[in-house]
Ligand binder design. Sequence first.
Ligand SMILES: C[S@@+](CC[C@H](N)C(=O)[O-])C[C@H]1O[C@@H](n2cnc3c(N)ncnc32)[C@H](O)[C@@H]1O
Length: 218
Amino acid sequence: MDANSKQILSNQDGVHPNLEKTALRHLNSVFRKPVSKHTQAAFDVVSEAMTSSARPLILDSCCGVGDSSRVLARAYPSHWIVGVDKSGARLGREREEANPENLRLVRADLNDFFRLAANAGWRPERHYILYPNPWPKAEHLKRRWHGAPVFPDIIWLGGRLELRSNWRLYLEEFALALKLAGHTARVQAFDAKEPITPFEAKYKKSGQPLWQLTAVLS
Ligand SMILES: C[S@@+](CC[C@H](N)C(=O)[O-])C[C@H]1O[C@@H](n2cnc3c(N)ncnc32)[C@H](O)[C@@H]1O
C-alpha cells in the first residue's frame, strides 16, 4: 500500500449539525429494512459453526483483508473471532498465514449483520471497528456508522467497543452519539506501534496521526 495516503478532507469544520437529530431518530425507532439473503445465509453459516464449541466472541467489523482478525485469533485462542466485511475481494486476498481454527471470516453487509447478531443475542466480549470508511463529506453523515439506522444495534451488541480512525472528528461524533444513548466513550491519540491492519500501516507510514475510541457498553 502506498505510504503517501491523503489526509482526510471534509467540508465539516466540527461535529455535523444534524448528528444529534439523526442519532436520536435512529435510537428511538426500529430499523425495518429487509435483511439481504446473502447476509442472512452468511450469518446462519457462522452461527452454526460457532455451536460446535461454546466460547466467548470477539467481533472484528469492517475487517477488510482480515489481518486484524488473524492477530486477534492468535491473541485470544480460546475465543471465537468473527471478522466481517462486505468485500469478497478483500476477504479473499491471499495471505501467507493460514486462518487459525478459531477464526471465521464472513462476507456480509454489516447493516444487516449487526441486526441479525443483536437479535440472535450475540454479546461479543470485544468489538472492533478499525478504520471504518470515514465518509467525510457532510452530506454522507448517514453512511457513517453513528449516523446509520443500524447504530442502535451496534450499541445493543455491547462489550468493549474499540474504533480506530485517522479522522478524529469521526470518533468524536461517534462518542457524542453514544452519549445520547447514555454511554461514555474515550477518544484519544493512538500510537500504532505494530500496525495490525493495512490501513493502519499505510496511515502510520504516511505520518498521519491516528485516533482511538473505546467504550464499555455493558
Ligand atoms: C477503510 S477499510 C478498512 C479495512 C480494515 N479494517 C483495515 O483497517 O485495513 C473499510 C472496510 O469496511 C468495509 N465496509 C464498509 N461498509 C461495509 C458494510 N456495510 N458491511 C461490511 N463491510 C463494510 C469495506 O469493504 C472495507 O473493507
